[in-house]
Write a protein that binds this ligand. Structure first.
Ligand code: ANZ
Ligand code: ZN
Length: 827
């Protein structure tokens, strides 16, 4: 057909690629250097949506580019297949989560194939398959052996109506997101991974990622880990045998501590109020009840009134011997530091707000000055705490020291006196990985009355999920697996006696914390991944995915990589060298996410405009980090451009292999300039600009073809159109493949190789130098703009026209003004 018909191209080339497998990776004997390009794997919750289409179009540009550059590119895909969507569908429609999940995987796989994603289809995996989650269990056992996986009772958010545990995100203003009931706390014994052991390395190794990960993501990780350096201080509380420890970043202000606050929802508060008078206890209970209905964010908000209850107890300041009232309040958090603070109202705003609200004393101990050297106003009057640098006052032996000196001195003294000392505190908590749900990896642990917690031996893995049939999957705070009694009762691997299987399943973030390693050895039945493969491919050179995973997924993947490094299983300590967070696809400002509903259906867009036009639209819409508003882009415009490019190939009349050096110089310069620029643009992740440059090249070729002085038979035209085909192969693979065939080549254009750039064609355009003889213009020369005086003189004097006009006269002088003028004086 003489018309660009995207659907005909799709039908023609898909089967060819299925056969040719241009993106098979790691084949024996393949000598190309390796490179690992990874797209975040999807949840199989329905078909692909526009967000996937954007992410995979961008990842594909990178993967296909490196293939063209001669690399053996590992670009795998799989499915993050455990988790709630499958379970909710199962509960709503009564289908088995596995059946539902695998159907969706097949549907997504078909869509990805049509979308021409450059995945290596021989490496696919789904985390819900026993061959995969068996290795979750294996890794868990290794961590359990090292004490990195452990169980402990913990408070969880509990919805008494839905009878379910809620994640923090599911608690909205103290209420259940789903039913609106007031959320309570419940104690459950749960599994944790000891990520806090890695807090320092997770922070310090970010140095390796500086400049190659978005700054925003690094900042979010840093905040999440929240390292704080300060000191522990032990306070005697009257009537209590054990001293109470507080964490402070300002040990220098110890003399300014005027009261003491414990988190209202801490065990300590409960203990301190236990023997109090009934009136105090009741006030406390009522306050605690009210606080339970608020979120951590609300509790920490600085503009909230500072509420609290005096517990009628006293702590003793270890350096002044002063008695300080002990209060319970909600602005102190139970699970940060030690859940208690020494309050220094003069130098901490929240303490000051509290002191002013409850009539507690304020004592300045650091003399902080403004720029003019004037003391800042008294915090008790100004209601503004002073936190800057200054000189210690009202602090006995510390008086006269500067803040930093005092911090060091007090920390040392506390350590010497056994009253505390320097310490580091983190916001990061151990990772709670227990879920009381069905659709996840069972814990490979057996509980035996005699032996306690027993690891399932490696040779008995996987511990497979029991069939869902007959189990009530609805959330109820107890795992549905507990009802699978035949499955639960087992024998103890240690003593052979009767024992019970652990019935929780793992957080699905465990699955995604190491999937990038499983792609290296997707079918191994002896190891999660081969060490030799890890050496060949790791770390991932480029990771592409949504910013929604900026904290948890990336932190957990980094954590697992470090654990595996320590086990000698991988060399690098960071899994992902470079990270690209693509923007979101929006429709009139609303995100194309699972929850918002897909207003624009990917399938319909592909039907209407063709795969290539949609891919091109995604890539051309703007910088890859920016959101794409579907109302602002033009898939029809993309289609018109592709048709234009496609027609070029049909116009070429020179034969395959025609020598371009005999062709049009100006066109060649455009071609080579665009190819060179496109390479650095793609490597710099500026794909949209690379597309714009390709468009320029298409225009230049069309002009050349229509120009009688060049025309379709010029070998430079063939060279240019072949370059267009290769450039387009990164974005519009069907169109590119068809052009390649029209140009007389065998498939696949994806493996054609990046066009070699002739550096000499990259020199800047020329300028015209005028050559005069005795003031009369005799010749015009095209010269490089940077030409030197001698070179220009030589060129001018070599001109036949100039030589002819000089004739037999003697050259008296040559005036040279590079690059534009030469005047020959004769006589
Ligand atoms: C006394 C003091 C004086 C403080 C002063 C600050 C300024 P970061 O930097 O975030 O680690 N704190 C300690 N434990 C707390 C808890 N569980 N909930 C709420 N606040 C807590 O903060 C450390 C500071 O936050 C500590 O230093 C403590 O107040 C408070 F002029 O101690 B400070
Ligand atoms: Zn036993």
């Amino acid at each position: 057909a003489g018309r660009w018909d995207p659907h005909a191209l799709e039908a023609r080339w898909l089967p060819v690629w299925d056969e040719a497998k241009p993106f098979a990776s790691g084949l024996p004997g393949d000598e190309r250097p390796g490179k690992y390009v990874l797209d975040m794997f999807p949840y199989p919750s329905g078909d692909l949506h526009m967000g996937h289409a954007e992410a995979y179009a961008l990842g594909d540009v990178i993967a296909r580019y490196w293939v063209q550059r001669g690399f053996d590119v590992l670009h795998p895909i799989g499915w993050d297949a455990f988790g709630l969507p499958a379970e909710n569908a199962a509960i709503k429609r009564g289908v088995d989560p596995g059946v539902w999940t695998r159907q969706n995987i097949e549907q997504q796989k078909a869509s990805m194939r049509r979308y021409a994603c450059s995945f290596d289809w021989d490496r696919v995996l789904a985390t819900c398959e026993p061959e995969y989650y068996r290795w979750n269990q294996w890794l868990f056992l290794r961590m359990h052996e090292q004490g990195l996986a452990y169980r402990r009772p913990s408070q969880v958010n509990w919805c008494p109506v839905d009878q379910t545990v809620l994640a923090n995100e599911q608690v909205v203003q103290g209420r259940c997101e789903r039913c609106g009931a007031a959320v309570t706390k419940k104690k459950l014994t749960q599994w944790y991974l000891k990520i806090t052991d890695y807090a320092d390395r997770l922070l310090d190794d970010m140095e390796q990622l500086q400049g190659t990960w978005p700054d925003k993501v690094l900042a979010m990780q840093r905040n999440w880990i929240g390292r704080s350096t300060g000191a522990d201080v032990r306070f005697v509380v009257e009537g209590r045998d054990e001293p109470v420890t507080v964490y402070t970043t300002r040990p220098d202000t110890l003399h300014g501590a005027t009261f003491f606050v414990v988190a209202v929802d801490s065990d300590l508060a409960e203990e301190l109020v236990r023997d109090a008078e009934p009136g105090v206890r009741e006030t406390f209970e009522a306050y605690l009840e009210a606080v339970r209905g608020t979120t951590e964010i609300e509790r920490l908000a600085s503009d909230r009134p500072k509420t609290g209850v005096f517990l009628h107890r006293h702590a003793v300041n270890p350096v002044t011997g002063e008695r300080m009232p002990v209060w319970a309040a909600d602005y102190v958090l139970a699970d940060y530091g030690h859940g208690a603070v020494m309050a220094v109202p003069a130098h901490d705003q929240r303490d000051l707000d509290f002191a002013l609200a409850h009539g507690l004393p304020v004592r300045t101990v650091v003399d902080v000055r403004d720029e003019a050297g004037e003391p800042l106003p008294d915090p008790a009057q100004s209601r503004v705490a002073t936190s800057g640098d200054g000189v210690l006052v009202n602090s006995g032996p510390l008086d006269g020291l500067r803040k930093a000196e005092a911090i060091a001195a007090v920390s040392e003294q506390l350590a010497a006196d056994g009253l505390g000392g320097p310490t580091t505190t983190y916001r990061l908590r151990d990772w709670l990985i227990s879920r009381q749900r069905y659709w996840g990896t069972p814990f490979p642990i057996v509980h035996c009355e005699g032996c306690g917690e027993v690891r399932v031996p490696d040779d008995q893995l996987p511990v497979e999920l029991p069939p869902s049939e007959g189990l009530d999957l609805a959330p109820k705070g107890r795992s549905p697996l507990a009802a699978a009694t035949d499955w639960v009762s087992t024998t103890c691997p240690s003593c052979g006696g009767p024992a019970l299987r652990d019935t929780d399943t793992m957080d699905t973030f465990v699955d995604s914390s190491w999937y990038f390693l499983r792609f290296l050895s997707p079918t191994s039945t002896t190891v999660p991944f081969e060490r030799a493969e890890a050496d060949r491919w790791m770390p991932v050179e480029q990771y592409v995915g949504g910013v929604t995973h900026a904290i948890l997924h990336l932190l957990y993947a980094r954590f697992f990589t470090k654990v595996l490094h320590d086990m000698g299983m991988v060399t690098p300590t960071e899994p992902f060298s470079r990270l690209l967070n693509q923007g979101m696809v929006q429709m009139d400002g609303s995100a194309m996410s699972k929850s918002k509903g897909n207003l624009v259906k990917l399938g319909e867009q592909l039907d209407e405009h063709g795969v290539d036009a949609i891919r091109l639209t995604m890539v051309f819409a703007g910088p890859p980090e920016d959101d794409v508003d579907w109302a602002d882009v033009s898939p029809a415009g993309s289609a018109r451009f592709l048709a234009r490019a496609w027609r070029l190939a049909r116009d070429v009349t020179s034969p395959v292999g025609a020598d371009p050096s005999t062709g049009s110089g100006p066109l060649r310069r455009v071609t080579h300039r665009v190819v060179a620029d496109a390479a650095s643009l793609v490597e710099g992740l500026r794909f949209n600009v690379a597309v714009a440059r390709t468009m320029e090249l298409v225009n230049a070729v069309r002009k050349a073809i229509d120009d009688p002085a060049v025309g379709p038979a010029d070998p430079a035209v063939r060279e240019a159109v072949e370059a267009v085909a290769v450039l387009l192969s990164l974005v519009a693979p069907y169109t590119a493949e068809d052009m390649w065939a029209t140009l007389g080549h065998e498939p696949c254009v994806a493996r054609a190789g990046w066009p070699a750039v002739d550096e000499s064609l990259l020199v800047e355009d020329t300028v015209t130098a005028v050559v005069q003889v005795m003031g009369k213009v005799r010749d015009r020369l095209e010269v490089p703009p940077g030409i030197g005086e001698d070179e220009l003189r030589e060129l001018a004097m070599a001109s036949e026209k100039v030589v002819a006009s000089i004739g037999g006269a003697t050259v008296r002088r040559v005036v040279v003004r590079p690059p534009g003028l030469v005047n020959v004086v004769t006589g």
